[in-house]
Design a protein around this ligand. Structure first.
Ligand SMILES: [Fe+2]
Length: 231
């Protein structure tokens, strides 16, 4: 699959941006909301636990979150999966215990005009590595493992691909320092756009078409909130 409205998607693209839109009190409210939610996903292989931000548990916070994002993004729609009642999740809390592999969160709907992804760290240690390289197909996990490439995804599961690969070897220094959990040959042709060092109180805003991963620096556990948007 490829996104149909490629031109519209590309027109909306912009440089990654770090903003400080939430106060200390609001971050605390978000962390408290996280505590009250129950787990929606537990991916044993990736060692990630996820909780969806269900609307109407803390209506005041829902409003604050939506309005603050809107101030930065302009008009947008949520695109982060739906809860059992059919309401949009306002984001996914992800608690990871090992570093995330190389992937893109470009969604599963070819008709969607995908827009920005917001990453709000809720624990201080960790990084997100954003590559310059972009992907205009479905949400995909990138691999060079022939067995893994045979994987047939169910609906809403990431595809597997090695079509991201280019010719140029990846920078050995950057690999050693940040990406030892990824085979360096799986990074051929990729260039780093930014290594975002997590800081509680900040929010990273990037195009959903950016290939990204976490860095190999992880310390016990990493907790963050990710929100996906479309136009
Ligand atoms: Fe991601």
């Amino acid at each position: 699959m490829k996104h149909i409205y490629l031109e519209e998607i590309k027109k909306l693209e912009s440089e990654p941006k770090i903003v400080n839109i939430f106060s200390e009190k609001e971050i605390k409210m978000i962390q408290e909301l996280y505590e009250t939610l129950t787990y929606t996903v537990f991916n044993k292989k990736q060692n990630v636990k996820k909780k969806g931000w269900i609307q109407n548990i803390n209506k005041e916070l829902d409003k604050i979150y939506f309005e603050k994002i809107k101030d930065v993004l302009g008009d947008f729609k949520m695109d982060t999966l739906k809860s059992k009642s059919g309401d949009d999740y306002f984001g996914l809390f992800h608690e990871s215990f090992s570093p995330l592999p190389l992937h893109v969160d470009s969604g599963f709907d070819e008709e969607a005009i995908i827009y920005k992804q917001l990453i709000t760290p809720l624990s201080p240690i960790g990084d997100t590595v954003i590559f310059k390289n972009k992907w205009y197909g479905k949400s995909t996990s990138f691999t060079i493992d022939p067995e893994e490439l045979k994987f047939k995804p169910k609906p809403e599961q990431n595809e597997r691909s090695s079509d991201h690969l280019g010719k140029e070897d990846f920078d050995k220094g950057i690999h050693k320092e940040n990406l030892t959990h990824i085979d360096i040959n799986n990074l051929k042709g990729l260039k780093v756009q930014m290594i975002y060092k997590w800081k509680v109180g900040e929010t990273l805003i990037v195009d959903r078409t950016h290939i990204h991963s976490s860095s190999s620096r992880i310390n016990e556990k990493k907790l963050g909130l990710t929100t996906f948007t479309k136009k």
